[in-house]
Design a protein around this ligand. Sequence first.
Ligand code: UD1
Ligand code: CA
Length: 456
Amino acid sequence: MTNIFAVVLAAGQGTRMKSKLYKVLHPVCGKPMVEHVIDNIQSLNIEKIVTVVGHGAQMVKEKLGDKSEYVLQAEQLGTAHAVQQAEPILSSLEGTTLVVCGDTPLIRPETMQALFDYHTSQNAKATILTAVAGDPTGYGRILRDAEGNVAQIVEQKDATEEQKLVTEINTGTYCFDNKALFQALKLVNNNNAQGEYYLPDVIEILQKQGEIVSAFVTDHFDETLGVNDRFALSQAEQLMRAQINEKHMRNGVTIINPATTHISADAVIGADTVLQPGCIIEGKTRIGEDCVIGPNSHIVDSLIGNATTIHSSVILNSSVGDATAVGPFAHLRPDSSLGNHVKIGNFVEVKKSKLGDHSKVSHLSYIGDAEVGENVNIGCGSITVNYDGKNKFKTVIEDDVFVGCNSNLVAPVTLGEGSFIAAGSTVTKDVPSDALAIARARQENKLGYVSKLNLK
Ligand code: UD1
Ligand code: CA
């Protein structure tokens, strides 16, 4: 949209969080609050987004990257002072400016759009997004005059007992005529309980100048939650989790128990996939169609194909093909890649390894730094011995290899195509293609030896 700008307020320390982490970087459903705000604004196609940073400026900028421009508020003197920092970038422009707090991660783009549309339809110089709260404690209250027009916003700490009874609250999201905003900001003072320059005071200033000031009341109070402390953070998490789960269910994903299913905001899941209770799906994970993601699985930044089953397993930064089975109790560590029709069974750990189609590691194995071909069978208890205490080495297992149970494959080592490793071998040398390798002490049976010992 042309001539529409946004200012995101993200300079506060967030004292009430009692945290070493700056407030707006606290994650909700796996993503920093302020990034939710920016992503939501970005989906409106706004011309310029300016984020006001202060506490943790460097970290906030690193997180958001080029999704926004930045201005520094070196001292946090209040929300009006914060917006004022955007003056060099915005004040000469004609247009509309949306101001959003970095601690309101739930406000949907649709609601911001509705606010903007209402603001435009009213020909207003300022429009506040308000909501009616069950418990308005902590929020600025909207004071209306006898005709019902917005006159003023009073902060909790400045409110009289009577004003505190007002349940219509300021969500901290506004649309302003850009030029009127920067002119009014110059007139804001800090004569209030907190000694801060309050952005909401702009409303009263414009109203007293005879400008049109309006309020758009959203029905969705839940969306407008401002996260000031850990309790609100947990509420935001719960609300967003419900929103995300609902989106997936409406897209054809079965979620057996949404209350215990955690899906990050950026995860993608195909239709007819079933999520059983206790799953945690984080980051930019993509799961295909027709999968079953079993109870208590934890999947982070991974790609899962179609018709794959993951059962009570942990998968980190890895990819899993189609019709593959993982678990129960398997652990795929970063940079692992499984082909199609692969089986990784219980108590198997895979690290930085590639397994080709139709290969199987069914029980109790460690596969690290390995390249495993297609149709390979790795028997129970076999491990790649990839580490000598100092360096890591690679194991190559070519197609159609059979590794007998309890083998140690001491890397660097290559098992040639179609080779066969006898159970219990400690393989230290390459095995040629089609060869049988036996690397273990030969069994000797001493006949009658036990009775000679006269133990009984
Ligand atoms: C603010 C509003 C209140 C509203 C509520 C909605 C003011 C004075 N009050 O209160 O009317 O009901 O939001 O959630 O605006 N920030 C800066 N620089 C500063 C101060 C704050 O960037 O100097 C940022 C914070 O990082 C935060 C946002 O502005 O993201 C809001 O500040 P916060 O202190 O949380 O304001 P509230 O007390 O919640
Ligand atoms: Ca707040």
